[in-house]
Design a protein around this ligand. Structure first.
Ligand SMILES: Cc1cc2nc3c(=O)[nH]c(=O)nc-3n(C[C@H](O)[C@H](O)[C@H](O)COP(=O)(O)OP(=O)(O)OC[C@H]3O[C@@H](n4cnc5c(N)ncnc54)[C@H](O)[C@@H]3O)c2cc1C
Ligand code: FES
Ligand code: FES
Length: 496
């Protein structure tokens, strides 16, 4: 048992015994370390001005990730190295290849956004495959907002920075790996003080015991939801249980019943495996969850456990037939993912119970899985509506099975059971499509909020069925997209 957290900032090791459990990394860096190059823009994970790099030893290799310091808690850094803009220049004063490229290609802008852009670009050079092409560079920079000028010189600088040779971090990698190895003691961390309590269990059994002992404690995985409760909601969390580094929860495994994703696996880590099982949803939805910084911290299971009616993961995973695994003490149970969501803000989870992982079945050759996220912006936006479909066609053109789930249409992510019933067993043709569009009125009566009106939601939801038909219908099917509201019934309300 350890009663401190330990991590590096640059090449200096810090040991903290009395940090409040929800002290943000950004505040700590700026207020206690004087590292004011890391800026505060939005303080809610949107703008990227606070981007820092978190370097971890995984197996025997260093892994570099850009994250938003404003919604990381300091306690989550145990065992890691943090690099800020102050660390990017080489020790002899030479500019990093990214900094040099920003100078050469006129990418440097104001002092608020530029440090964050540079940090994302340094991380992008380290993350294999992230910035290989123009689209990759766009994805990589989607979490860094400039609200006044242009991205073109920055993208140009990134292209050139990718071609530059190794940097001084490569030369120091072995030394840093050895230092991080020395921090790996496999100990459980417990810190209690007047500012709150922190537990970092070393194992999943330890987590189960901690939750039984402290059912009121708040589990924190990536803190991309919880962080905002603190920075924007000013909530005080007296006891935080940080689970992000528990080895058993970091598993991604192909099992006989499908792809298993453990509770501490982030969206970015899961994406390659998810893309193998659900290629279209990965491209259309998972790629667009937040930004690289958000996906590097936020977990797939945190997205589920959070229970938001507009979380992007649940509708897709429900349509795909996912099962959720929970644990309470020594007792484990599994359920169809849709059964987890009881009502707005209410999930089927006891206070001392936690999500251990989720299993996503691999679709058979006759099953097409499609999902569409509809939001005001392509990147970094929360869905107004998300429709997800799993369609299995029999050789005779009948719909052998259909699973449909929507986000943004009700108080929880929810299946469209009347719509499914109108389709199952029928030939997949235009009359079936029309019957399905009409049946949707019985499934949903969404609310109007700042993201969309109820009319828009109903119309788009029905049109996503038409899109499914256009995408996966009889060859050449191209049914027109209607602008008429298809559902007019009343039922439960969605909460934005
Ligand atoms: C800028 C920004 C953009 C975003 N964009 C999107 C988006 O496009 N789409 C989207 O769906 N979401 C988005 N989010 C929300 C968020 O990133 C996701 O919901 C993310 O997957 C949450 O995971 P996390 O690990 O950070 O959860 P946390 O914040 O750590 O936890 C969330 C909740 O789940 C609970 N919890 C976490 N893990 C467990 C567990 N194992 N067992 C029990 N309870 C648990 C926590 O106690 C908390 O109540 C965005 C967030 C930000 C800040
Ligand atoms: S300050 Fe905007 S993302 Fe952190
Ligand atoms: S926010 Fe920095 S130049 Fe626009």
């Amino acid at each position: 048992m350890r009663h401190t957290i330990r991590f590096y900032v640059g090449d200096e090791c810090h040991t903290l015994a009395h940090t409040p459990p929800t002290r943000t990394l950004l505040d700590w860096l700026r207020e206690e370390q004087g590292r004011t190059g890391t800026k505060e823009g939005c303080n809610e994970g949107d703008c990227g001005a606070c981007t820092v790099l978190v370097v971890r030893l995984e197996g025997d290799r260093l892994v570099w990730r850009a994250v938003n310091a404003c919604i990381q808690f300091v306690c989550m850094l145990d065992g890691a190295q943090v690099l800020t803009i102050e660390d990017i220049r080489a020790p002899d004063g030479t500019l990093h290849p990214v900094q040099q490229a920003m100078v050469d290609h006129h990418g440097s802008q104001c002092g608020f956004c530029t440090p964050g852009f540079v940090m994302s670009m340094v991380a992008g050079r380290k993350a294999a495959g992230l910035a290989q092409d123009e689209r990759g560079i766009d994805d990589m920079l989607a979490g860094n907002l400039c609200r006044c000028t242009g991205y073109a010189p920055i993208v140009r600088a990134m292209r050139h920075a990718m071609e530059a040779g190794p940097d001084h971090f490569d030369a120091m990698a072995q030394d840093m790996a050895a230092r991080l190895e020395r921090l790996r003691d496999g100990a459980t961390v417990e810190i209690s003080g007047p500012t709150g309590s922190l537990s970092i269990p070393a194992t999943v059994d330890g987590l189960a015991a901690t939750m039984q002992e402290h059912p009121d404690a708040r589990i924190v995985a990536g803190a991309t939801d919880v962080g905002l409760w603190v920075t924007k909601g000013l909530r005080v969390l007296p006891h935080v249980v940080s689970i992000g580094q528990i080895p058993e929860l970091r598993r991604i495994e192909h099992r006989p019943d499908g792809l298993y994703v453990g509770a501490a696996v982030t969206w970015q880590e899961a994406r390659a495996a998810l893309a193998d099982v659900l290629p279209q949803p990965d491209e259309e939805v998972f790629r667009r969850i937040g930004s690289v910084q958000v996906r590097n911290a936020g977990t797939v299971c945190g997205n589920i456990a959070n229970g938001s009616p507009i979380g992007d993961g649940p509708p897709v995973l429900i349509a795909a037939g996912a099962r959720l695994h929970l644990r309470r003490g020594d007792v484990r149970r599994s359920m169809a993912l849709e059964d987890f969501f009881i009502d707005y803000g209410k999930q089927d989870r006891a206070p001392d119970e936690f999500v251990e992982g989720v299993t996503i079945p691999v679709p058979g050759p006759d099953t097409a899985i499609r999902a569409w996220k509809v939001s005001k912006r392509f990147d970094q936006d929360i869905s107004a509506i998300l429709g997800a479909f799993s369609l299995t066609l029999a050789p005779d053109g009948r719909i052998a099975d259909i699973r449909i789930a929507f986000g943004g249409m009700a108080a929880t992510p929810r299946r469209a059971s009347h719509t499914e019933a109108a389709m199952r067993g029928r030939i997949w043709d235009e009359p079936t499509l029309e019957a399905a569009r009409a049946a949707m009125a019985m499934d949903f009566a969404p609310i109007s909020d700042m993201r969309a009106s109820d009319w828009y939601r109903r119309t788009v939801a029905a049109n996503l069925l038409t899109r499914l038909y256009a995408d996966c219908g009889p060859e050449g099917a191209r049914a027109p997209i209607s602008v008429q509201a298809a559902c007019t019934g009343r039922g439960e309300h969605a909460h934005g």
